[in-house]
Design a protein around this ligand. Sequence first.
Ligand code: PEP
Length: 257
Amino acid sequence: AVKRTPFIAGNWKMNLDHLQSIAFVQKLAWSLSDAKHDFGAVEVAVFPPFTDLRSVQTLVSADKLALGYGAQDVSRHDAGAYTGEVSGAFLAQLDCRYVIVGHSERRSYHGETDEVVGAKALAAVKHRLVPVICVGETAEDLEEHGPSAVPAAQLEAALSGLKSDAEIVVAYEPVWAIGSGQAATPEQAGQVAAALRGVVARVLGEEAAERTRILYGGSVKAANIAAFMREPDVDGALVGGASLDIEEFSSIVRYQK
Ligand code: PEP
């Protein structure tokens, strides 16, 4: 079987301006440089606001930090009359490796449909960015359809335009678990992650399913990360609130199985 490198991703949301991001990344790098953190063993990336990306790029490249980064959203378009949008080409020029697409906050506050999320995933891949495709059910969905039906349908739609060799990351983020302090149980996260791997297999093929990392997100903390990582289909975490606390985020990165 293919070995998937565990991936811990920090979604800063709309927090930390570019000056704060410089101080934060320096402190995070210092905290992670502890000998106990083996960067080959666990990959780490941060997702700052757009206005921070140039500062983060400068720090990461100057100090050769083993820290990935990416944006929280991307336009489905390459360039043109799309006021307020940011092209994947621009993100790639700033050496972003990743971009989040379809976060539940984009879906619910900005009306992003499965079709839009799929177009954004495609735009990301076109610009050689790895889309971190977020899917997840609301509390009502959970009651009505059970845990995996809605996220599986969202993922199927998001993958529909991609080729089998596309590199993607999937994040299962139950909406009711985001920022609520009420994480899913590791068993539930593991079951949905397995179902989502099945979707990747069906749409992009077995090989893609084997290598694609599937993250859990929703109230992940230092205290619960290890239990999620013990699930065979959970390959990492997308961390919101706790990614803004350097001690907490470093402890998450240093989880012990
Ligand atoms: C998120 O918004 O992606 C998230 C998982 O948030 P939190 O960790 O704060 O629940």
